[in-house]
Design a protein around this ligand. Structure first.
Ligand code: NAP
Length: 481
């Protein structure tokens, strides 16, 4: 199956933070791939900016190196061609230097987008300067990276700073999980098929498990991460977004605001989480590998590198159905999935086969994006009637043809910005609603001085996380199983 590529309109994309890690590792290689497949028109331009004093040739060399290192593949001639669309203008986001040059570099008759791949402390200042210099035209777009604040108050501050200069329909808040193919497929699965939706409720679903497990530690981001932790860095955005797409009502149409209206309703229906329904952990030292505390250089840190919690959505559809969320670093495997556990069959007609296990629909985000449905069948062959579980497995890589390169989330999201499609971006009220749910949980453990328990590197997290499930008579799916 070959995916159709529809070229976008000509654009000027101004990339703030163009010399930074995210720009070099994800955004610029993503743009290259879109150019390679013909989605970026010939007269599109990428204007990199940062404070570093460099000319366009110097930046092009940097971009060439980044693409050679980080793009999944590249063709030298196409890369040469792509680089002719790349320019560089040094700009100090908080000073005066460079803004006039940037203004002179922009065209009036093309889509104009500003991608802020810089720390969130710079968002309001850059927005203000774009406005002061007349660059924030009514049709232009501004893209901001995560984290969108570190609590409700700071998120409101960022929203106020951005909205002072741009309308909400111009603001694109990135959560790159929404750009993943499988996450969008979750919407297709639910709303383009009639099979699942009648079963998608508390009558038929026992519980849902959402797991985002990482094998990496805090790597070079120790200082940042220790101010944040798994709750702020992962639950508030990525896992809440996955929960929303799993739990939301069918929107009346597939339009940005219709979809986001339904997501906000889910977040607003999230009930407060009791502290006894939360397990937090920090990875301990292991065979010469340092502990979380060593990695962040803070022996007194009470920040969690792992969290598991049980959430409830207080609405008609989901009453009584727990959503278990779990994420952590230095775990057994790198794996992200949503697992929907259907209720056990109410009665078995098969004697002597033991209790029947219900169906489980697993939506795998990584690795190997795809969907699996656990079903029970008869063991083949004569010699009695025995049952066993098998998985109906749909790997997207196989289903879509082995030669289709997996698109990175950033590729899709940047093109959506140019197309003016906000469906896969968080709206301001959505980000605030998620913080309003998360804030009291964090305040609770800060006020009591709770400390995370320890877990082994390469494990599934701390013992308390297992107990959280066992208490409810359920089990986590095995990470890396
Ligand atoms: P980074 O490597 O520290 O890069 C920051 C960039 O901002 C550099 O290009 C820097 O260049 C520029 N910059 C800093 N201060 C500036 C100023 N006053 N004026 C103009 N440019 C300035 O950061 P990053 O890892 O790329 O992260 C960028 C954003 O993406 C952050 O919000 C981060 O939270 C988010 N994010 C990153 C990742 C990731 O994997 N890296 C993942 C998700 C989200 P100069 O020093 O030359 O000015």
């Amino acid at each position: 199956m070959v995916s159709r590529v529809i070229p976008v309109h000509p654009f000027d994309l101004v990339l703030f933070g163009a010399t930074g890690d995210l720009a070099q590792r994800k955004i610029l290689p993503g743009l290259y791939h879109r150019f390679e497949v013909g989605q970026m028109p010939q007269d599109a331009r990428i204007i990199g900016t940062a404070r570093s004093d460099m000319d366009t040739d110097g930046f092009r060399q940097q971009v060439r190196d980044a693409i050679q290192k980080f793009a999944s593949d590249f063709n030298k001639d196409v890369l040469d061609d792509f680089l002719t669309r790349v320019e560089y203008v040094p700009v100090d986001a908080l000073g005066d230097a460079g803004w006039k040059d940037l203004s002179g570099a922009l065209r009036d008759d093309v889509v104009r987008a500003f991608y802020l791949s810089v720390g969130p402390n710079l968002f309001p200042g850059i927005a203000k300067r774009l406005q002061e210099h007349g660059l924030a035209t009514p049709d232009s777009r501004i893209v901001v990276e995560k984290p969108f604040g570190n609590d409700l108050a700071s998120a409101k501050g960022l929203n106020a700073g951005l909205r002072a200069c741009f309308e909400e329909h111009q603001i694109y808040r990135i959560d790159h999980y929404l750009g993943k193919e499988t996450v969008q497929n979750l919407m297709a699965l639910r709303f383009a098929n009639s099979l699942f939706e009648p079963l998608w409720n508390a009558t038929h679903i026992d519980h849902v498990q959402i797991t985002v497990a990482e094998t990496v530690g805090v790597e070079g981001r120790g200082a940042y991460y220790d101010q944040s932790g798994a709750m702020r860095d992962m639950i508030q955005n990525h896992l809440v977004q996955l929960l929303c797409l799993t739990a939301m009502e069918p929107p009346s149409k597939f339009s940005p605001n219709a979809v986001r209206d339904e997501k906000v309703k889910v977040i607003e229906a999230l009930e407060p989480v009791s502290q006894s329904d939360i397990a937090r952990g920090q990875y301990r030292a292991d065979k010469g590998d340092d502990s979380y505390l060593d990695h962040v250089g803070n022996p007194d840190s009470a920040t969690e590198s792992f969290i598991a919690l049980k959430a409830h959505i207080g609405n008609w559809r989901w009453a009584g159905v727990p959503f278990y969320l779990r994420t952590g670093k230095r775990l057994r495997a790198r794996e992200s999935e949503i697992a929907v556990f259907f209720r056990d069959p109410p009665h078995t007609i098969f004697p002597n086969v033991g209790p029947l296990r219900g169906n489980v629909l697993v939506i795998r985000l990584q690795p190997d994006e795809g969907i699996t449905l656990r079903t029970t069948i008869k063991d083949p062959g004569p010699g009695g009637f025995r049952l066993s579980d098998v998985s109906l497995d749909m790997s997207f890589a196989e289903a879509l043809g082995g030669d289709v390169r997996a698109q990175d989330a950033y590729e899709r999201l940047v093109m959506d910005v140019i197309r003016g499609d906000q469906t896969l971006f968080m709206r301001g009220d959505e980000a605030e609603a998620a913080w309003a749910w998360v804030d009291p949980i964090i305040q609770g453990w800060e006020e009591r001085g709770d400390r995370p328990s320890r877990y082994d590197q390469g494990s599934s997290g701390p013992e308390d996380a297992l107990m959280l499930m066992h208490r409810d008579g359920r089990r986590w799916r095995q990470i890396g199983g």
